[in-house]
Design a protein around this ligand. Structure first.
Ligand code: PEP
Length: 262
């Protein structure tokens, strides 16, 4: 028991901004200026911004290797190079000092038809290139209403993480994002989120082992805002947040980061 508690405390909270297809280079510059002032005194939280690809180079230059705010990408392709029009490789992201890459976001799954098998190839490619995947999983409203949320999470995790070693699992972050809570203003209750996170950790245990699963960070995503961040982040298996809408305004994103630092 004591052992578990010690390991749990080692999970540094990770708060990530997913700007999706928003924010020009100019908007990125002014966001960063304001955001940096807001978080000047905040420590002990890993902060990450995943802008559109077009802002990565500028943000990388502005961050200049900052340890406080890290760079993430919203997607990548699994092949190293070649005739894949419109795609971006892991090496291209690494060249810009990107540390994390969001994979399997529900918008990629639903709008662009990404399967667990494709996401699994991307997860392997990211890890091989020393990029840390933020693997998104989550059920739709119909699946929750049918009582199938745990089954869906298990299928997505097993499919997307197939062949991942325990060591690689430690470099991976999982984001539980119920589809019905993304961009809808309707967040999962702290109890619903905790229940899902505990289930995700149990599946990770079955895929690796209890010691590894205890160390993996699991973010919650879905209408996180300053008003609900503290209670969500206070749940024992919630180790951070993946934030869409509220991450584009410097003060509201900073408030969420501060809630994680408490
Ligand atoms: C997301 O896109 O990952 C997300 C959680 O969005 P929002 O915070 O706007 O619900």
């Amino acid at each position: 028991m004591v052992h578990t508690q010690q390991i749990t405390n080692m999970r540094k909270k990770i708060i990530a901004a997913n700007w999706k297809m928003n924010m020009t280079i100019g908007e990125t510059e002014s966001f960063l200026e304001d955001f940096r002032m807001e978080i000047e005194d905040v420590n002990g939280v890993e902060i990450l911004i995943a802008p559109p690809f077009t802002s990565l180079a500028k943000l990388s230059e502005l961050l200049g290797g900052s340890q406080k705010v890290r760079l993430g990408a919203q997607n990548m392709y699994f092949e190293a190079a070649g005739a894949y029009t419109g795609e971006i490789s892991a090496a291209m992201l690494r060249e810009l000092f990107v540390r994390y890459v969001i994979l399997g976001h529900s918008e990629r799954r639903q709008i662009f038809g990404e399967s667990d098998a494709l996401i699994n190839k991307k997860v392997h490619a990211a890890l091989t290139s020393e990029l840390r995947p933020i693997l998104c999983v989550g059920e739709t409203l119909a699946e929750r209403d049918a009582g199938k949320e745990k089954e869906v999470l298990e299928t997505q995790l097993k499919g997307s993480l197939a062949g991942i070693t325990a060591e690689q699992m430690l470099d991976t972050v999982v984001a539980y994002e119920p589809v019905w809570a993304i961009g809808t203003g309707r967040n999962a209750s702290p109890e619903q989120a905790q229940d899902a996170h505990a289930h995700v950790r149990a599946v990770l245990t079955s895929l690796t082992n209890a010691e590894t699963a205890d160390k993996v960070r699991i973010q919650y995503g879905g209408s996180v805002k300053p008003a609900n961040a503290t209670v969500l982040l206070g749940q024992p298996d919630i180790d951070g947040a993946l934030v869409g809408g509220a991450s584009m305004e410097p003060r509201s994103f900073a408030e969420i980061v501060k809630a994680a630092a408490k």
